[in-house]
Design a protein around this ligand. Structure first.
Ligand SMILES: *Cc1c(COP(=O)(O)O)cnc(C)c1O
Length: 523
Protein backbone atom coordinates (compact mmCIF):
# COMPACT_ATOMS: atom_id res chain seq x y z
CA UNK A 1 0.00 0.00 0.00
CA UNK A 2 1.29 3.49 -0.82
CA UNK A 3 0.46 6.49 1.31
CA UNK A 4 -0.36 9.85 -0.28
CA UNK A 5 3.29 10.80 -0.45
CA UNK A 6 3.93 7.64 -2.48
CA UNK A 7 5.87 5.96 0.35
CA UNK A 8 5.06 2.35 1.16
CA UNK A 9 3.23 2.19 4.51
CA UNK A 10 4.17 -0.20 7.27
CA UNK A 11 2.18 -3.34 7.88
CA UNK A 12 0.74 -1.76 11.04
CA UNK A 13 -0.55 1.31 9.22
CA UNK A 14 -1.94 -0.85 6.44
CA UNK A 15 -3.85 -3.01 8.91
CA UNK A 16 -5.27 0.10 10.56
CA UNK A 17 -6.68 1.22 7.20
CA UNK A 18 -7.77 -2.24 6.07
CA UNK A 19 -11.33 -2.73 4.84
CA UNK A 20 -13.16 -6.01 5.12
CA UNK A 21 -12.80 -8.16 2.00
CA UNK A 22 -15.55 -10.05 0.16
CA UNK A 23 -13.85 -13.44 0.60
CA UNK A 24 -12.65 -12.92 4.14
CA UNK A 25 -9.11 -13.45 2.84
CA UNK A 26 -6.50 -10.77 3.38
CA UNK A 27 -3.98 -11.08 0.56
CA UNK A 28 -1.91 -14.11 1.51
CA UNK A 29 -3.77 -14.67 4.78
CA UNK A 30 -6.43 -17.02 3.44
CA UNK A 31 -9.44 -18.25 5.37
CA UNK A 32 -9.54 -22.04 5.24
CA UNK A 33 -12.68 -24.01 5.95
CA UNK A 34 -12.64 -27.63 7.09
CA UNK A 35 -12.15 -30.29 4.45
CA UNK A 36 -15.68 -31.47 5.17
CA UNK A 37 -17.03 -27.99 4.57
CA UNK A 38 -15.36 -27.41 1.20
CA UNK A 39 -15.96 -30.88 -0.22
CA UNK A 40 -19.15 -32.82 -0.83
CA UNK A 41 -19.79 -36.47 -0.26
CA UNK A 42 -21.56 -36.89 -3.57
CA UNK A 43 -18.68 -35.63 -5.70
CA UNK A 44 -15.21 -36.97 -6.08
CA UNK A 45 -12.06 -36.06 -7.93
CA UNK A 46 -11.38 -39.56 -9.17
CA UNK A 47 -13.25 -41.96 -11.42
CA UNK A 48 -13.06 -45.53 -10.31
CA UNK A 49 -15.11 -48.08 -12.25
CA UNK A 50 -17.85 -49.65 -10.16
CA UNK A 51 -16.53 -52.90 -8.72
CA UNK A 52 -17.83 -56.24 -9.99
CA UNK A 53 -20.18 -57.93 -7.60
CA UNK A 54 -18.20 -60.22 -5.31
CA UNK A 55 -19.34 -62.48 -2.54
CA UNK A 56 -18.55 -60.79 0.74
CA UNK A 57 -16.25 -62.60 3.08
CA UNK A 58 -16.87 -60.14 5.93
CA UNK A 59 -19.54 -62.25 7.58
CA UNK A 60 -22.16 -59.53 7.68
CA UNK A 61 -19.74 -56.94 9.09
CA UNK A 62 -19.62 -54.89 5.87
CA UNK A 63 -20.65 -51.21 5.88
CA UNK A 64 -24.29 -50.74 4.95
CA UNK A 65 -24.32 -46.97 4.26
CA UNK A 66 -21.94 -44.72 2.32
CA UNK A 67 -18.93 -43.70 4.40
CA UNK A 68 -19.61 -39.97 3.88
CA UNK A 69 -16.07 -38.99 3.00
CA UNK A 70 -15.80 -35.78 1.03
CA UNK A 71 -14.75 -35.77 -2.60
CA UNK A 72 -12.27 -33.13 -3.72
CA UNK A 73 -10.14 -32.72 -6.80
CA UNK A 74 -6.38 -33.01 -6.48
CA UNK A 75 -5.77 -29.22 -6.75
CA UNK A 76 -8.47 -28.53 -4.15
CA UNK A 77 -6.96 -31.09 -1.80
CA UNK A 78 -3.44 -29.81 -2.41
CA UNK A 79 -4.44 -26.20 -1.74
CA UNK A 80 -6.27 -27.12 1.43
CA UNK A 81 -3.30 -28.83 3.03
CA UNK A 82 -0.68 -26.39 1.77
CA UNK A 83 -2.72 -23.44 3.07
CA UNK A 84 -3.12 -25.14 6.43
CA UNK A 85 0.61 -25.87 6.60
CA UNK A 86 1.41 -22.21 5.94
CA UNK A 87 -0.57 -21.21 9.05
CA UNK A 88 1.85 -23.12 11.20
CA UNK A 89 4.69 -21.35 12.97
CA UNK A 90 7.74 -23.58 12.96
CA UNK A 91 11.45 -23.47 13.53
CA UNK A 92 11.84 -23.04 9.76
CA UNK A 93 9.68 -19.89 9.96
CA UNK A 94 11.44 -17.98 12.71
CA UNK A 95 12.95 -17.92 16.20
CA UNK A 96 10.87 -20.24 18.39
CA UNK A 97 11.68 -19.26 21.98
CA UNK A 98 9.60 -21.89 23.86
CA UNK A 99 11.51 -22.67 27.06
CA UNK A 100 12.05 -26.32 28.05
CA UNK A 101 11.04 -27.45 24.54
CA UNK A 102 14.39 -26.84 22.80
CA UNK A 103 13.14 -25.82 19.39
CA UNK A 104 16.42 -26.09 17.52
CA UNK A 105 17.11 -26.25 13.79
CA UNK A 106 16.64 -29.67 12.17
CA UNK A 107 19.68 -29.96 9.86
CA UNK A 108 18.79 -30.98 6.29
CA UNK A 109 21.67 -33.42 6.23
CA UNK A 110 19.76 -35.47 8.83
CA UNK A 111 16.75 -35.53 6.52
CA UNK A 112 18.85 -36.66 3.60
CA UNK A 113 20.27 -39.56 5.61
CA UNK A 114 16.87 -40.59 6.98
CA UNK A 115 15.53 -40.80 3.43
CA UNK A 116 18.15 -43.29 2.21
CA UNK A 117 16.07 -46.24 1.02
CA UNK A 118 18.04 -48.72 3.15
CA UNK A 119 16.72 -46.91 6.25
CA UNK A 120 13.46 -45.40 5.01
CA UNK A 121 11.99 -48.42 3.21
CA UNK A 122 12.60 -51.22 5.68
CA UNK A 123 9.81 -52.94 7.58
CA UNK A 124 9.86 -53.99 11.22
CA UNK A 125 8.77 -57.52 10.31
CA UNK A 126 11.64 -58.08 7.85
CA UNK A 127 13.97 -60.97 8.70
CA UNK A 128 16.79 -59.71 10.92
CA UNK A 129 19.41 -60.97 8.47
CA UNK A 130 18.18 -58.35 5.96
CA UNK A 131 18.39 -55.35 8.33
CA UNK A 132 21.86 -55.80 9.80
CA UNK A 133 22.85 -52.27 8.72
CA UNK A 134 19.86 -50.74 10.51
CA UNK A 135 20.62 -52.71 13.69
CA UNK A 136 24.24 -51.59 13.44
CA UNK A 137 23.07 -47.96 13.26
CA UNK A 138 20.87 -48.37 16.36
CA UNK A 139 23.82 -49.99 18.18
CA UNK A 140 26.10 -47.14 17.21
CA UNK A 141 23.62 -44.51 18.41
CA UNK A 142 23.14 -46.45 21.65
CA UNK A 143 26.92 -46.52 22.11
CA UNK A 144 27.21 -42.73 21.74
CA UNK A 145 24.25 -42.10 24.05
CA UNK A 146 25.91 -44.20 26.75
CA UNK A 147 29.27 -42.51 26.11
CA UNK A 148 27.83 -39.00 26.34
CA UNK A 149 25.88 -39.79 29.51
CA UNK A 150 28.44 -42.06 31.21
CA UNK A 151 25.96 -44.92 31.68
CA UNK A 152 25.93 -48.71 31.27
CA UNK A 153 22.85 -49.44 29.20
CA UNK A 154 20.17 -47.80 27.14
CA UNK A 155 16.59 -48.73 26.28
CA UNK A 156 16.08 -47.42 22.77
CA UNK A 157 12.41 -48.11 22.14
CA UNK A 158 10.45 -45.38 24.06
CA UNK A 159 8.69 -42.97 21.74
CA UNK A 160 9.00 -39.64 23.57
CA UNK A 161 10.34 -38.04 26.73
CA UNK A 162 7.23 -38.85 28.74
CA UNK A 163 7.27 -42.42 27.42
CA UNK A 164 10.93 -42.65 28.42
CA UNK A 165 9.96 -41.55 31.94
CA UNK A 166 7.46 -44.38 32.03
CA UNK A 167 10.09 -46.84 30.82
CA UNK A 168 12.68 -45.65 33.38
CA UNK A 169 10.22 -45.71 36.27
CA UNK A 170 9.08 -49.21 35.27
CA UNK A 171 12.72 -50.33 35.36
CA UNK A 172 13.00 -48.81 38.87
CA UNK A 173 9.81 -50.55 39.93
CA UNK A 174 11.11 -53.88 38.62
CA UNK A 175 14.44 -53.40 40.46
CA UNK A 176 12.61 -52.66 43.71
CA UNK A 177 10.35 -55.66 43.29
CA UNK A 178 13.37 -57.88 42.56
CA UNK A 179 14.74 -56.86 45.97
CA UNK A 180 11.43 -57.79 47.57
CA UNK A 181 10.68 -54.17 48.48
CA UNK A 182 7.74 -53.67 46.14
CA UNK A 183 5.29 -53.44 49.03
CA UNK A 184 7.26 -50.95 51.13
CA UNK A 185 8.85 -48.52 48.66
CA UNK A 186 5.75 -46.75 47.40
CA UNK A 187 6.80 -43.07 47.38
CA UNK A 188 8.38 -41.02 44.61
CA UNK A 189 9.76 -37.55 45.44
CA UNK A 190 9.11 -34.86 42.84
CA UNK A 191 10.16 -31.21 43.27
CA UNK A 192 7.50 -28.52 42.90
CA UNK A 193 9.36 -27.14 39.89
CA UNK A 194 9.08 -30.40 37.90
CA UNK A 195 7.50 -30.80 34.49
CA UNK A 196 3.95 -32.15 34.85
CA UNK A 197 4.90 -35.41 33.17
CA UNK A 198 7.07 -36.40 36.17
CA UNK A 199 4.34 -36.71 38.83
CA UNK A 200 1.95 -38.04 36.16
CA UNK A 201 4.38 -40.86 35.29
CA UNK A 202 4.95 -41.84 38.92
CA UNK A 203 1.21 -41.80 39.65
CA UNK A 204 0.37 -43.76 36.49
CA UNK A 205 2.34 -46.79 37.65
CA UNK A 206 0.95 -46.64 41.15
CA UNK A 207 3.51 -44.67 43.16
CA UNK A 208 2.50 -42.05 45.68
CA UNK A 209 3.93 -38.64 44.75
CA UNK A 210 5.46 -36.48 47.50
CA UNK A 211 6.49 -32.95 46.57
CA UNK A 212 9.91 -31.59 47.48
CA UNK A 213 9.19 -27.94 48.38
CA UNK A 214 10.70 -25.23 46.22
CA UNK A 215 13.50 -23.15 47.70
CA UNK A 216 13.57 -19.39 47.20
CA UNK A 217 16.62 -19.70 44.92
CA UNK A 218 14.96 -22.06 42.42
CA UNK A 219 17.05 -25.13 43.31
CA UNK A 220 16.50 -28.36 45.25
CA UNK A 221 18.45 -28.66 48.52
CA UNK A 222 19.79 -31.99 49.72
CA UNK A 223 18.56 -31.09 53.24
CA UNK A 224 14.96 -31.00 52.02
CA UNK A 225 15.38 -34.32 50.21
CA UNK A 226 16.94 -36.01 53.25
CA UNK A 227 14.00 -34.93 55.42
CA UNK A 228 11.68 -36.93 53.16
CA UNK A 229 13.89 -40.01 52.76
CA UNK A 230 12.92 -43.23 54.44
CA UNK A 231 12.34 -46.95 53.80
CA UNK A 232 9.15 -46.04 51.91
CA UNK A 233 10.91 -43.99 49.21
CA UNK A 234 11.44 -45.64 45.83
CA UNK A 235 12.99 -42.79 43.86
CA UNK A 236 13.36 -39.10 43.20
CA UNK A 237 12.55 -37.58 39.81
CA UNK A 238 14.76 -34.55 39.37
CA UNK A 239 15.43 -32.43 36.29
CA UNK A 240 18.96 -31.21 35.65
CA UNK A 241 19.61 -28.53 34.54
CA UNK A 242 16.27 -27.79 36.16
CA UNK A 243 13.17 -26.14 34.74
CA UNK A 244 14.35 -22.74 36.02
CA UNK A 245 17.38 -23.11 33.74
CA UNK A 246 19.73 -23.67 36.71
CA UNK A 247 22.29 -26.47 37.16
CA UNK A 248 21.31 -28.14 40.43
CA UNK A 249 24.31 -27.31 42.69
CA UNK A 250 23.67 -30.18 45.13
CA UNK A 251 22.94 -32.89 42.57
CA UNK A 252 25.90 -35.08 43.59
CA UNK A 253 24.90 -34.93 47.28
CA UNK A 254 21.30 -35.72 46.35
CA UNK A 255 22.44 -38.76 44.31
CA UNK A 256 24.54 -40.00 47.25
CA UNK A 257 21.67 -39.57 49.67
CA UNK A 258 19.32 -41.54 47.40
CA UNK A 259 21.80 -44.40 47.04
CA UNK A 260 22.43 -44.50 50.77
CA UNK A 261 18.69 -44.73 51.40
CA UNK A 262 18.40 -47.67 48.98
CA UNK A 263 16.37 -45.59 46.51
CA UNK A 264 16.90 -44.60 42.87
CA UNK A 265 17.59 -41.35 41.07
CA UNK A 266 15.49 -40.72 37.96
CA UNK A 267 16.91 -37.72 36.13
CA UNK A 268 14.63 -35.91 33.68
CA UNK A 269 17.06 -35.35 30.82
CA UNK A 270 14.94 -32.99 28.72
CA UNK A 271 17.55 -30.28 29.31
CA UNK A 272 20.54 -32.45 28.45
CA UNK A 273 21.20 -30.10 25.52
CA UNK A 274 22.76 -27.65 27.99
CA UNK A 275 25.50 -30.03 29.14
CA UNK A 276 26.29 -32.49 26.32
CA UNK A 277 30.07 -32.83 26.16
CA UNK A 278 30.48 -30.86 29.41
CA UNK A 279 29.14 -33.17 32.14
CA UNK A 280 28.09 -36.82 32.18
CA UNK A 281 24.92 -37.46 34.20
CA UNK A 282 26.29 -40.94 35.08
CA UNK A 283 29.26 -39.25 36.79
CA UNK A 284 26.80 -37.16 38.81
CA UNK A 285 25.25 -40.37 40.17
CA UNK A 286 21.97 -40.69 38.31
CA UNK A 287 20.36 -44.13 37.78
CA UNK A 288 18.35 -43.43 34.68
CA UNK A 289 17.50 -40.56 32.39
CA UNK A 290 15.44 -40.13 29.26
CA UNK A 291 16.90 -38.26 26.33
CA UNK A 292 14.50 -36.38 24.07
CA UNK A 293 16.15 -36.86 20.67
CA UNK A 294 13.86 -34.07 19.39
CA UNK A 295 15.27 -31.66 21.93
CA UNK A 296 18.93 -32.44 22.36
CA UNK A 297 19.79 -34.15 19.08
CA UNK A 298 17.85 -31.99 16.60
CA UNK A 299 15.26 -34.45 15.31
CA UNK A 300 11.92 -32.82 14.37
CA UNK A 301 9.30 -32.40 17.11
CA UNK A 302 6.60 -33.26 14.57
CA UNK A 303 3.39 -32.22 16.30
CA UNK A 304 3.67 -34.70 19.14
CA UNK A 305 5.25 -37.50 17.15
CA UNK A 306 6.91 -39.48 15.77
CA UNK A 307 9.34 -39.01 18.59
CA UNK A 308 12.04 -40.97 20.32
CA UNK A 309 13.01 -40.88 23.98
CA UNK A 310 15.74 -43.44 24.69
CA UNK A 311 16.46 -44.05 28.39
CA UNK A 312 19.99 -44.55 29.66
CA UNK A 313 20.42 -46.77 32.71
CA UNK A 314 23.02 -47.24 35.43
CA UNK A 315 24.60 -50.62 36.19
CA UNK A 316 22.02 -51.42 38.86
CA UNK A 317 19.08 -50.81 36.51
CA UNK A 318 20.62 -52.22 33.30
CA UNK A 319 19.30 -55.80 33.76
CA UNK A 320 15.72 -54.54 33.85
CA UNK A 321 15.78 -52.75 30.44
CA UNK A 322 12.79 -53.78 28.32
CA UNK A 323 12.80 -55.94 25.22
CA UNK A 324 13.50 -55.62 22.39
CA UNK A 325 17.22 -54.93 22.68
CA UNK A 326 20.13 -55.60 20.37
CA UNK A 327 22.72 -58.27 21.17
CA UNK A 328 25.88 -59.18 19.32
CA UNK A 329 26.06 -62.81 18.29
CA UNK A 330 29.37 -63.59 16.61
CA UNK A 331 29.59 -61.26 13.64
CA UNK A 332 25.87 -60.58 13.49
CA UNK A 333 23.46 -58.49 15.51
CA UNK A 334 20.22 -59.88 16.79
CA UNK A 335 17.15 -58.19 18.18
CA UNK A 336 16.11 -59.95 21.39
CA UNK A 337 12.32 -59.88 21.20
CA UNK A 338 11.22 -62.07 24.12
CA UNK A 339 11.89 -61.87 27.85
CA UNK A 340 12.59 -65.61 27.87
CA UNK A 341 15.50 -65.10 25.41
CA UNK A 342 17.14 -62.37 27.52
CA UNK A 343 19.75 -64.66 29.13
CA UNK A 344 20.96 -63.33 32.49
CA UNK A 345 19.00 -60.09 32.07
CA UNK A 346 15.53 -59.73 33.58
CA UNK A 347 13.62 -57.26 31.36
CA UNK A 348 10.53 -55.72 32.91
CA UNK A 349 8.68 -56.50 29.67
CA UNK A 350 8.02 -54.50 26.54
CA UNK A 351 6.59 -51.02 26.05
CA UNK A 352 6.40 -50.62 22.29
CA UNK A 353 5.23 -52.87 19.47
CA UNK A 354 8.55 -52.79 17.61
CA UNK A 355 12.06 -51.48 18.20
CA UNK A 356 11.36 -47.71 18.15
CA UNK A 357 11.66 -44.85 15.67
CA UNK A 358 14.19 -45.75 13.00
CA UNK A 359 13.88 -42.40 11.21
CA UNK A 360 14.71 -40.51 14.40
CA UNK A 361 17.68 -42.77 15.15
CA UNK A 362 19.16 -42.00 11.74
CA UNK A 363 18.67 -38.25 12.21
CA UNK A 364 20.13 -38.21 15.73
CA UNK A 365 23.19 -40.19 14.66
CA UNK A 366 23.67 -37.92 11.63
CA UNK A 367 23.61 -34.94 14.02
CA UNK A 368 26.20 -36.56 16.29
CA UNK A 369 28.55 -37.60 13.51
CA UNK A 370 28.33 -34.31 11.65
CA UNK A 371 29.07 -32.35 14.84
CA UNK A 372 31.70 -34.62 16.33
CA UNK A 373 32.57 -34.54 20.03
CA UNK A 374 33.93 -30.99 19.83
CA UNK A 375 30.91 -29.79 17.83
CA UNK A 376 28.39 -31.19 20.31
CA UNK A 377 30.25 -29.56 23.17
CA UNK A 378 30.25 -26.27 21.29
CA UNK A 379 26.51 -26.60 20.59
CA UNK A 380 25.90 -26.85 24.37
CA UNK A 381 28.17 -23.89 25.05
CA UNK A 382 26.49 -21.80 22.35
CA UNK A 383 23.02 -22.69 23.65
CA UNK A 384 24.05 -21.48 27.11
CA UNK A 385 25.72 -18.38 25.65
CA UNK A 386 22.58 -17.49 23.64
CA UNK A 387 20.36 -17.78 26.72
CA UNK A 388 22.66 -15.63 28.83
CA UNK A 389 22.91 -13.09 26.00
CA UNK A 390 19.12 -12.76 26.05
CA UNK A 391 19.07 -12.51 29.82
CA UNK A 392 21.76 -9.81 29.77
CA UNK A 393 19.94 -7.94 27.01
CA UNK A 394 16.64 -7.79 28.91
CA UNK A 395 17.35 -7.93 32.64
CA UNK A 396 17.40 -4.13 33.12
CA UNK A 397 13.76 -4.04 31.93
CA UNK A 398 12.38 -7.47 32.82
CA UNK A 399 12.79 -9.05 36.27
CA UNK A 400 14.87 -12.21 36.78
CA UNK A 401 13.57 -14.34 39.70
CA UNK A 402 16.89 -16.05 40.53
CA UNK A 403 19.58 -13.45 39.84
CA UNK A 404 22.21 -15.24 41.97
CA UNK A 405 22.43 -18.25 39.62
CA UNK A 406 23.79 -17.95 36.10
CA UNK A 407 21.42 -19.32 33.44
CA UNK A 408 22.13 -22.52 31.58
CA UNK A 409 20.32 -22.96 28.24
CA UNK A 410 17.23 -20.88 29.05
CA UNK A 411 16.51 -17.46 30.52
CA UNK A 412 13.70 -17.19 33.06
CA UNK A 413 11.81 -13.97 33.78
CA UNK A 414 8.89 -13.35 36.13
CA UNK A 415 6.09 -10.77 36.08
CA UNK A 416 7.31 -8.54 38.95
CA UNK A 417 8.34 -5.94 36.37
CA UNK A 418 4.77 -5.85 34.98
CA UNK A 419 3.30 -4.89 38.37
CA UNK A 420 0.95 -1.87 38.09
CA UNK A 421 1.30 -1.71 34.28
CA UNK A 422 -2.08 -3.39 33.65
CA UNK A 423 -0.27 -5.86 31.36
CA UNK A 424 -0.04 -9.57 32.19
CA UNK A 425 2.32 -12.33 31.07
CA UNK A 426 -0.41 -13.55 28.73
CA UNK A 427 -0.87 -10.06 27.20
CA UNK A 428 2.86 -9.72 26.69
CA UNK A 429 3.07 -13.13 25.00
CA UNK A 430 0.15 -12.27 22.69
CA UNK A 431 1.85 -9.00 21.68
CA UNK A 432 4.89 -11.06 20.63
CA UNK A 433 2.69 -12.74 18.00
CA UNK A 434 2.12 -9.34 16.37
CA UNK A 435 5.90 -8.96 16.17
CA UNK A 436 6.14 -12.25 14.26
CA UNK A 437 7.41 -14.41 17.13
CA UNK A 438 5.98 -17.53 18.67
CA UNK A 439 5.51 -16.68 22.37
CA UNK A 440 7.91 -18.05 24.94
CA UNK A 441 6.74 -20.64 27.49
CA UNK A 442 4.34 -18.90 29.88
CA UNK A 443 3.43 -19.62 33.51
CA UNK A 444 5.95 -22.52 33.71
CA UNK A 445 7.71 -23.44 35.96
CA UNK A 446 4.75 -23.10 38.31
CA UNK A 447 6.92 -21.99 41.25
CA UNK A 448 7.61 -18.65 39.52
CA UNK A 449 4.77 -16.11 39.40
CA UNK A 450 3.89 -15.12 35.84
CA UNK A 451 6.89 -17.03 34.51
CA UNK A 452 8.29 -16.33 31.03
CA UNK A 453 10.81 -18.95 29.97
CA UNK A 454 12.91 -18.26 26.88
CA UNK A 455 15.13 -20.87 25.21
CA UNK A 456 16.83 -19.56 22.09
CA UNK A 457 19.09 -22.62 21.45
CA UNK A 458 22.38 -22.53 19.56
CA UNK A 459 20.57 -22.28 16.21
CA UNK A 460 20.18 -18.49 16.32
CA UNK A 461 22.66 -16.04 14.87
CA UNK A 462 23.75 -12.99 16.84
CA UNK A 463 21.69 -10.80 14.47
CA UNK A 464 18.60 -12.91 15.13
CA UNK A 465 19.13 -12.70 18.92
CA UNK A 466 19.66 -8.93 18.69
CA UNK A 467 16.43 -8.41 16.77
CA UNK A 468 14.53 -10.56 19.26
CA UNK A 469 15.97 -8.62 22.21
CA UNK A 470 15.16 -5.27 20.54
CA UNK A 471 11.58 -6.39 19.82
CA UNK A 472 11.08 -7.47 23.43
CA UNK A 473 12.69 -4.29 24.76
CA UNK A 474 10.35 -2.22 22.61
CA UNK A 475 7.34 -4.12 23.95
CA UNK A 476 8.61 -3.93 27.54
CA UNK A 477 9.02 -0.16 27.33
CA UNK A 478 5.54 0.23 25.84
CA UNK A 479 4.13 -1.87 28.70
CA UNK A 480 5.89 0.33 31.24
CA UNK A 481 4.65 3.47 29.48
CA UNK A 482 1.10 2.23 30.01
CA UNK A 483 0.19 1.49 26.37
CA UNK A 484 -2.19 -1.20 27.62
CA UNK A 485 -4.43 -1.26 24.54
CA UNK A 486 -1.48 -2.55 22.52
CA UNK A 487 -1.42 -5.60 24.80
CA UNK A 488 -4.97 -6.27 25.97
CA UNK A 489 -6.19 -6.51 22.36
CA UNK A 490 -3.19 -8.43 20.99
CA UNK A 491 -2.72 -10.18 18.67
CA UNK A 492 -4.03 -7.61 16.14
CA UNK A 493 -2.34 -9.03 13.06
CA UNK A 494 -2.94 -12.78 13.47
CA UNK A 495 -5.68 -14.57 11.50
CA UNK A 496 -7.52 -15.04 14.82
CA UNK A 497 -7.46 -12.65 17.78
CA UNK A 498 -7.81 -13.55 21.46
CA UNK A 499 -9.69 -16.83 21.78
CA UNK A 500 -12.05 -17.58 24.64
CA UNK A 501 -9.79 -20.19 26.18
CA UNK A 502 -11.94 -20.65 29.28
CA UNK A 503 -15.00 -21.44 27.21
CA UNK A 504 -12.98 -23.72 24.96
CA UNK A 505 -11.76 -25.66 28.00
CA UNK A 506 -15.12 -25.73 29.83
CA UNK A 507 -17.30 -26.34 26.82
CA UNK A 508 -15.24 -28.13 24.22
CA UNK A 509 -16.92 -29.05 20.94
CA UNK A 510 -15.43 -32.43 20.29
CA UNK A 511 -17.66 -33.55 17.48
CA UNK A 512 -18.08 -32.08 14.03
CA UNK A 513 -21.67 -32.24 12.83
CA UNK A 514 -22.05 -32.60 9.09
CA UNK A 515 -23.98 -29.94 7.16
CA UNK A 516 -27.28 -31.11 5.62
CA UNK A 517 -26.29 -32.50 2.19
CA UNK A 518 -23.63 -34.85 3.57
CA UNK A 519 -25.93 -35.99 6.35
CA UNK A 520 -28.56 -36.95 3.78
CA UNK A 521 -26.07 -38.76 1.56
CA UNK A 522 -24.92 -40.83 4.52
CA UNK A 523 -28.40 -41.86 5.50
C1 LIG B 1 9.71 -31.90 27.14
C2 LIG B 1 9.84 -32.30 28.53
C3 LIG B 1 9.34 -33.54 28.98
C4 LIG B 1 8.49 -34.46 28.13
O1 LIG B 1 9.08 -34.85 26.92
P1 LIG B 1 8.20 -35.22 25.63
O2 LIG B 1 9.19 -35.68 24.64
O3 LIG B 1 7.49 -33.96 25.23
O4 LIG B 1 7.22 -36.29 26.03
C5 LIG B 1 9.58 -33.90 30.29
N1 LIG B 1 10.26 -33.08 31.12
C6 LIG B 1 10.74 -31.87 30.73
C7 LIG B 1 11.51 -31.02 31.69
C8 LIG B 1 10.53 -31.44 29.42
O5 LIG B 1 10.99 -30.25 29.03
Amino acid sequence: MLNNQGRPTSAGEAAAHAHPTFTGNRALIIEEALLFEIGRAETTGVDIPAPKAVKSRLGGQERKAPIGLVGLSEPETMRHFVRLSSKNYGIDTGLFPLGSCTMKHNPRLNEKMARLPGFADIHPLQPQSTVQGALELIEMLAHYLMTLTGTEAVAMSPKAGAHGELCGMMAIKAAIEAKGEGETRRVVLVPDSAHGTNPATAALIGFEVKPVPARADGTVHVKDVKKLLGPDVAAIMLTNPNTCGIFEPEIVEIARAMKKAGAYFYCDGANFNAIVGKAKPGDLGIDCMHINLHKTFSTPHGGGGPGAGPVVLSKRLAPFAPVPFIRRKGKRLELVEHVADAGKATPFGRITAFHGQMGMYVRALAYMLSHGADGMKQASEDAVLSANYIRAGLQDLMSVPFPKHPSMHEALFDDTWLKDTGVTTLDFAKAMIDEGYHPMTMYFPLIVHGAMLVEPTESESRASLDLFIMALRDLAMRAKRGETERFSGAPFHAPRRRLDETRAARNPILRWTPPRPIQQAAE
